[in-house]
Design a protein around this ligand. Structure first.
Ligand SMILES: *[C@@H]1O[C@H](CO)[C@@H](O)[C@H](O)[C@H]1NC(C)=O
Length: 423
């Protein structure tokens, strides 16, 4: 028996080992450069994050990039030749990923001892999240309707919740729409969406927010990519579709480039092998059509849309495709700042304060994003919210989940109150 156990453990360990082998020796570097410099990298490198440079040289961006051992020398020379400064951040990505596996295994063991429905200190599989959504629907039928919105490319059910004390029949109420995990590897985003559901429906921490607002919450937009990032490739960001040219070599589409707003106008997003590939057509991805249809259903009274991403401590607003401000730019900024302040008040000392601004001014030009599309179809307040990554990036250890969900809820609640006061 003991021998069998050891055997099983070894097999499990080998499986874990093998999964991250492809990142053995991959190093992570912070690279600083002009927006044009950084954008030029995007077609050929895995850009893990992008933030305004923390150093004084304003106007520069800092990207966290992954360099494979065989390409490292060539890229460092490229950075030197182009006068882009860089510093090494991590020596071996595979080691970091193995450590993350252990942290998550421990957190799962803790959570199951805990015995509650959802623990805010671990990550869950797509099936578990769907079960939880169904359970909320069964327990709170007066308040919650679960929508089976359609299947992902690989056939997984995408579910979302409509939360309303008046069954979405009071047409004077504003609506808030929130989505999460459009990008597969940003694991901390579904817990934030689920926690918002918990605060509104289970704990009812602020009754006014459900009595006077209707909510639409999509906790896991991209289940195929999410599961793939758990089982096969931790760095996976896109969907898993294979409906485009060269999709055998390069499956998947960047969901946050697939919306129909200036879609197809950015050369960097046209290459199927790019991490920011926009897809063969706007709304080509079934997962993104779920978001589109959930948004359009009560568009005329939707006041606020937030897409949860990880990471970088930022509220980004339109227009990301040309860098100008929408007509209500000042209002967008003001509400963003108030949400950011509410989060910063609860944030860890080690977290940088939130940055609020136009997506293109703060970062760089992007097309086909949900933030720009939702603004263009008429929602007044729309944001990409980049959650904190601390020093881990989107590999946020499960012990930080509770901090992130709690502080982010404070920001969302502030935004909801502003919707009631100002709109
Ligand atoms: C920027 O894009 C917005 C929305 O697509 C448009 O209304 C505006 O005219 C554009 N501004 C410029 C300077 O092109």
């Amino acid at each position: 028996m003991a021998r069998l156990m050891i055997c099983l453990l070894l097999i499990a360990a080998a499986a874990v080992q093998g999964r991250h082998e492809k990142y053995e020796g991959h190093q992570l570097y912070y690279v600083a450069g002009s927006p044009a410099d950084i954008t030029a990298l995007e077609a050929s490198l895995d850009i893990i994050s992008m933030t305004p440079s923390s150093r004084s040289d304003s106007g520069k961006l800092e990207a966290l990039v992954r360099l494979a051992p065989e390409e490292k020398q060539q890229w460092l020379k490229y950075f030197d030749d182009n006068k882009m400064s860089y510093t090494k951040f991590a020596d071996n990505l595979a080691d970091i990923l193995r450590q993350e596996d252990q942290d998550i295994m421990k957190s799962r063991a803790r959570a199951s001892r805990n015995g509650r429905d959802m623990s805010w200190d671990t990550y869950y599989r797509h099936a578990e999240i769907n079960d939880y959504i169904d359970k909320i629907g069964e327990e709170y039928p007066e308040l919650v309707t679960v929508i089976n919105a359609g299947l992902s490319y690989e056939g997984r059910q995408i579910k979302y919740l409509r939360i309303s004390t008046t069954r979405f029949e009071n047409l004077r109420k504003p609506v808030i729409v929130i989505d999460a995990a459009v990008h597969a590897r940003e694991w901390v985003t579904p817990p934030v969406a689920l926690y918002i559901i918990n605060q509104l429906v289970v704990d009812i921490v602020d009754r006014r927010l459900t009595e006077e607002i209707d909510w639409v919450i999509i906790p896991l937009v991209n289940p195929d990519g999410y599961e793939y990032s758990m089982d096969e490739d931790r760095m996976w960001r896109k969907t898993r579709s294979r409906a485009h040219a060269n999709s055998n070599a390069c499956p998947g589409v960047d969901g946050n480039r697939n919306f129909d707003h200036y879609w197809g106008t950015s050369p960097a997003s046209a290459n199927p092998c790019s991490i920011i590939y926009e897809g063969p057509s706007a709304f080509s991805e079934p997962e993104i059509r779920v978001v589109r249809d959930a948004v359009l259903r009560q568009l005329d009274r939707t006041a606020l849309y937030i897409s949860l991403h990880s990471f970088g401590n930022m509220f980004l607003y339109a227009w990301g495709h040309n860098g100008t401000l929408p007509s209500n730019g000042l209002f967008l900024h003001l509400v963003g700042v108030r949400m950011a302040m509410a989060i910063d008040e609860l944030a860890l000392d080690t977290a940088p304060p939130y940055v609020v601004g136009n997506a293109a001014a703060i970062l760089y030009f992007t097309t086909g994003t949900s933030r720009d599309w939702t603004r263009a179809v008429g929602i007044p307040l729309t944001y990409t919210l980049e959650l904190p990554g601390y020093e881990y990036g989107f590999l946020v250890p499960p012990t930080y989940v509770e901090q992130i969900v709690t502080e982010t809820w404070a920001g969302i609640a502030t935004g909801a109150h502003l919707v009631l006061e100002l709109l």
